[in-house]
Design a protein around this ligand. Structure first.
Ligand code: TRP
Length: 349
């Protein structure tokens, strides 16, 4: 792992919350390259936990298709982009298994079995699904696969007998639904076939996009982990601060100020950030000075990631090998769990 990750004060190693017997599974939809929101929300925890317990990262291409079937080629292309992002930030395939969801057929079969344990009404009540349906404007035309993706996500998690899932808080309803399914499978089996899982939330609050709205690839308001120094500067300069803070001498607001949200998440010197906040609130600290500091902080974070990405980007064969080996290893694990779950449904093991 790059030294700058471990040295960062926001990465608490969460001793006590995680032990060596925990099994970590988490995933990302390959709908675009990963950005700083992913880094603060979950990648940083994954890096900190790497090597401390078993960990698998799933590139969830089937889940991406549940709302992007019209952009299938895009999803396929982003599988290797996400893998590159993982490797570039310091995920080490010798310590963390990186697998592609669509290559693990046991996940599809588990999903079909679990669908029998969940009602449509329960899926419609899932707050994350509800919010996403609204955001995507599906109204009454919800793809069935999309409505059911929490069940497929339960398959992802249980197929590794995962006990710990590092995610953003929007994923909490998924963990809850997974544990409902786990309890039903165990009741069916009459023994404990699957463990319940718990979430591991980031200590940093959700990072906003540069305009203060939810960070999203489609809004173009996120800072990609592959950003160039120029892109970083352009995006930071465009960040929303406080509309009432016109002159440097005016008192400014810290809440809702995107620059401070990013400094809180990434500045390795929180004491100085606190001082800057005080000065900003009193008046006398200009936005530009603040933004220059953030540019420096982000460039220091992203430069080594960018360099490693460029190095690996030239070696696609290596990335493909990582995905092949990771998916093969994950395949063996998930097939074994599928055998047990088939047993719970009185199917041949
Ligand atoms: N739903 C997650 C997201 O949108 C991605 C995901 C797929 C996932 N399978 C998972 C997360 C299993 C945690 C565990 O980012």
């Amino acid at each position: 792992m790059p030294a700058n990750v471990l040295a960062h004060p926001h990465v608490d190693p969460r001793r006590g919350q995680v032990d060596a017997t925990d099994v970590i599974l988490t995933g990302d939809r390959p709908t675009g390259s990963l950005h700083l929101g992913h880094y603060a929300g979950s990648l940083r925890s994954r890096l900190a936990l790497q090597g401390r317990c078993a960990q698998t990262l799933l590139i969830a291409d089937l889940q991406a298709l549940t709302d992007s079937s019209g952009r299938a080629a895009d999803v396929a292309r982003h599988v290797s982009e996400v893998a590159l992002d993982y490797l570039a930030v310091g995920i080490d395939p010798a310590l963390t298994t990186i697998a592609v969801q669509s290559r693990l057929s046991a996940l599809a079969e588990l999903t079909v079995l679990y669908l029998n344990l969940v009602t449509v009404a329960r899926l419609e009540r899932n707050p994350t699904v509800k919010a996403e349906v609204e955001l995507r404007g599906f109204e009454r035309d919800i793809p069935a696969g999309f409505l059911c993706y929490p069940v497929s996500q339960a398959a992802d998690i249980t197929a590794f007998r995962a006990t710990l899932v590092p995610v953003g808080d929007d994923q909490l309803p998924m963990i809850e639904q997974t544990n409902e399914i786990v309890r039903r499978v165990n009741r069916l089996a009459g023994v404990s076939v699957l463990p319940e899982c718990r979430s591991l939330l980031s200590s940093t609050p959700r990072l906003p996009g540069i305009d203060g709205r939810k960070a999203s690839k489609s809004l173009g308001n996120a800072i990609p982990l592959s950003a160039t120094a120029d892109e970083i500067r352009r995006l930071v300069r465009a960040m929303y601060t406080d509309a009432g803070h016109v002159r440097a001498s005016d008192p400014g607001r810290v809440e809702g100020n995107v620059v401070f949200a990013y400094l809180d998440a990434f500045d390795p010197d929180p004491a100085t950030v606190s001082e800057l906040k005080e000065r900003y609130q009193v008046g006398g600290l200009g936005d530009l000075a603040l933004k220059r500091r953030l540019e420096g902080v982000l460039e220091a974070l992203i430069a080594p990631i960018r360099a490693r990405r460029a190095e690996l980007g030239g070696d696609r064969a290596y990335v493909m090998d990582v995905l092949r080996a990771g998916s093969a290893r994950a395949g063996a694990t998930t097939e074994a769990v599928l055998r047990d779950v088939r047993g719970a449904f009185a199917l041949d093991a």
